[in-house]
Ligand binder design. Structure first.
Ligand code: NAD
Length: 476
């Protein structure tokens, strides 16, 4: 087995660690044992990163589109070459099966290749004016970006946070989650090795509240890109208001899945169960609330329970594992609390609802049904391996339930009725919707939510434009 790498920050191209800095223990979620000690930034480190980002922006905003494209496609090629090494690091830190980590690497590869093309298609426009006058609209990079990425996609999240600013001509200070630092550092290294100037992208770690207050309070930073919970997102929006920052906020969800009697139920079950337990349910677009038409409710629920029981849970590094442990100690605790309260309120537990073993953070694939709508789990993002399955009368009631919560990230629907597919696509309040499919992303597609799930998009042309501002130039 490859060893876990030593940990550091990268500030102005220098690997920074030691020097009496505080540290954070990075833990293996399979065993609970410490993999490595991560150095945490002190205020002087953050000031140095800010000063460097200021210089980095001055360099990179002048880079030609072809130079930026060369770095992005170079990083994509290196990621692909290092797929196995990076995937193993992510699985060691986060726990997900190796197969899922490998897919994450390839998602970055696809995204960096797409951005390499997209950054060469940032066109302005010329407006129609009388002779002697000229007006043009330019897109310019917004400036240094503070980017905060969570632990659930240790490779994909930092990839998104780095790729878009680099494509747009910005500099970026990345603070990836302290729980999964080595994956983020491995992604960043691909950019350096592809020729990115060291001032353009840096990595810091720290006490999250200290880092975000310090960076967002600096006049150097011009944009915040955050992925994480709605609660923290709202807090960071308030901090960002002080310096009127551009923001991209990818926040929590509570993915509704509408399953109608006219759908291919076996296909819906196979797809939804795979989607539900991917990364142990710790996915912002995880299918969560199954809103099932009452005439197929029992068949759907029983099919779900049967499939959930068959999932092989284990060490993500071992062949055949379909679901690893949860990523950190907080998650099984949250599962126990949410599932316990739902049961007290009368929900039926079909399977799971308990931890597995007494080592690491394993939790059984779980199914709850007939859950009262006032149970916390029906209103808070569970972010874990639990499906919530309730019966509903018909389309109108099902759409109302899908739109009941303030979240609006991903939604899914299963129906063979073409007219209904169109109605659902219009009526459901979400940033993304999968119809007879749970594939709702792609390098070329905008990824993001509405309502309390945030605003702005990552990926797609929208991801690059989110790191740019417009300027109107009028010549007379
Ligand atoms: P959390 O809400 O404290 O942290 C979520 C993420 O935000 C972490 O990566 C953390 O490092 C970061 N963070 C926290 N406080 C911050 C601050 N002041 N400044 C900058 N970054 C900060 O808690 P958690 O236990 O890690 O996760 C709990 C919940 O967060 C989950 O239940 C889920 O709802 C949500 N979450 C969402 C995503 C997502 O992809 N949208 C990812 C991870 C967690």
């Amino acid at each position: 087995m490859s060893a876990y790498p030593s940990l550091h920050m990268v500030i102005d191209g220098e690997k920074v660690s030691g020097g009496g800095r505080r540290t954070f223990p990075v833990v293996n979620p399979v065993t609970g044992e410490t993999l490595g000690e991560l150095p945490l930034a002190d205020p002087a480190d953050l000031d140095r990163a800010l000063e460097t980002a200021d210089r980095g922006f001055k360099i990179w905003r002048k880079a030609t589109a072809a130079q930026r494209a060369a770095v992005l496609s170079g990083a994509a090629r290196l990621m692909a070459e290092r797929q196995e090494e990076i995937a193993r690091i992510a699985t060691m830190e986060e726990g997900k099966p190796l197969a899922e980590s490998r897919i994450e690497v390839m998602m970055n590869v696809g995204l960096f290749h797409f951005y390499a093309g997209e950054c060469q298609r940032i066109y302005g426009r010329e407006l129609v004016r009388p002779d002697g006058f000229r007006s043009v609209v330019r897109h310019e990079p917004v400036g240094p970006v503070a980017a905060f990425a969570p632990w659930n996609f240790p490779i994909g999240n930092p990839g998104r946070k780095l790729g878009a600013p680099i494509a747009a001509g910005c500099s970026v200070i990345l603070k990836s989650a302290e729980e999964t630092p080595a994956s983020a550092l491995a992604v960043l290294q691909c950019f350096y090795d592809a020729g990115l100037p060291k001032e353009v992208a840096q990595a810091v770690f720290g006490v999250p509240d200290e880092v975000s207050r310090h960076l967002l309070g600096s006049p150097i930073i011009r944009k915040l890109s955050f992925t994480g919970s709605t609660v923290i997102g709202k807090h960071l929006m308030k901090l960002s208001a002080e310096n009127m920052l551009r923001t991209t906020m990818e926040l929590g969800g509570h993915g509704p899945v509408l399953v109608f009697g006219d759908s291919d139920i076996d296909k819906a079950l196979d797809t939804a169960v795979g989607g539900k337990y991917r990364n142990c349910g710790q996915v912002c677009v995880s299918p969560t609330r199954f809103i099932v038409e009452e005439n197929i409710f029992e068949k759907f629920r029983d099919g779900f329970i049967e499939r959930a029981k068959a999932i092989k849970v284990g060490d993500g590094l071992q062949d055949g594992t379909q679901m690893g442990p949860m990523a950190n100690q907080r998650r099984p605790e949250a599962m126990d609390r949410l599932i316990g309260q739902a049961k007290e309120k009368g929900a039926k537990l079909g399977t799971g609802g308990e931890r597995i073993g007494n080592q690491g953070f394993f939790y059984a694939p779980s199914v709850l049904s007939e859950i009262p709508l006032d149970a916390d789990i029906m209103n808070e993002e569970p972010f874990g391996p639990v499906a919530l399955i309730n019966p509903f009368k018909g389309e109108e009631e099902m759409i109302a339930e899908a739109n009941r919560l303030p979240y609006g990230l991903a939604a899914y629907a299963w129906t063979s009725d073409a007219k209904r597919q169109q109605r659902l696509a219009r009526e459901i309040e979400s940033g993304m919707i999968g119809i007879n499919s749970h594939m709702i992303g792609g390098a070329d597609a905008p990824f993001g939510g509405v309502k309390w799930s945030g605003h702005g998009s990552e990926d797609g042309p929208e991801g690059v434009l989110a790191c740019m501002v417009t300027k109107a130039v009028h010549e007379g």
